[in-house]
Design a protein around this ligand. Sequence first.
Ligand SMILES: NC(=O)c1ccc[n+]([C@@H]2O[C@H](COP(=O)([O-])OP(=O)(O)OC[C@H]3O[C@@H](n4cnc5c(N)ncnc54)[C@H](OP(=O)(O)O)[C@@H]3O)[C@@H](O)[C@H]2O)c1
Length: 240
Amino acid sequence: MRRQALITGATRGIGFEIARQLALSGISTLLGARDEAKGVLATEKLAALNAVVTPVVLDVAATGIIPDRMIEIERNHGPIDILINNAGILIDTPRGFSSSLFDLSDETMRETWVTNVLGPTALTRALLPGMMARGYGRIVNVSSRAGQLSDMHFGFPAYRMSKSALNALTRISAAEAAAKAPSADIKINAACPGWVKTEMGGAGATRSVMEGAETPVWLAKLPAAGPTGGFFHDKSPVAW
Ligand SMILES: NC(=O)c1ccc[n+]([C@@H]2O[C@H](COP(=O)([O-])OP(=O)(O)OC[C@H]3O[C@@H](n4cnc5c(N)ncnc54)[C@H](OP(=O)(O)O)[C@@H]3O)[C@@H](O)[C@H]2O)c1
């Protein structure tokens, strides 16, 4: 059976590369973009790389309309079997380890929280019930080791807190799916792509988008015997 995936924030960076790899592996791929024109442009770029995807307009920060938007997208394109919560922002200022907790504004915290936490939560709530009912689903939360509580540091406070919360969402949703649909083949995991050369990661990053996308794509295609409720980097478990 041909599965269908939705990738949020796939106009560029890691999301774009995840869309490319999933489409080339034969998965029907919906490319999420908050800006329609950027979604069309990314779709054309992927077509030039022989990867056929369908653009869908989706602003993950517009959480109030996500339930209706998901109903509409599934009505138009069919059920979503694989959700990649990839869209994310890092707006702590000044950038880097000098962004102090004492510089953090409520606005930065709120904006980060809406995109990095409320969006993925709303999408999980909208799509997981259908996955449980159909007996199959994969959700990949593109997180970061910046959110690792076991190795927490200062710098990027809003971003770090948002990724810790995304990790919690991973655990909560995996546990709830296992309890409510024990016989369904549902896998919900978080992935850290590493430090990747994208607009967010910057030119000094050490990894290519191909390397960054590898673990999320692996989690998106896990077999029934695969893990759930885990946090992975380079296809290996890492501490929360
Ligand atoms: N790069 C790294 O080193 C690194 C490391 C660890 C984790 N990550 C995580 O990996 C994910 C992808 O990061 P990236 O490096 O590829 O970032 P990026 O190059 O900045 O791309 C971010 C993508 O998210 C989209 N986006 C932002 N807000 C959105 C919204 N409200 N609704 C829909 N789409 C939205 C952007 O769309 P527009 O084109 O419209 O702006 C863009 O397509 C993020 O969750 C990030 O936290 C990245």
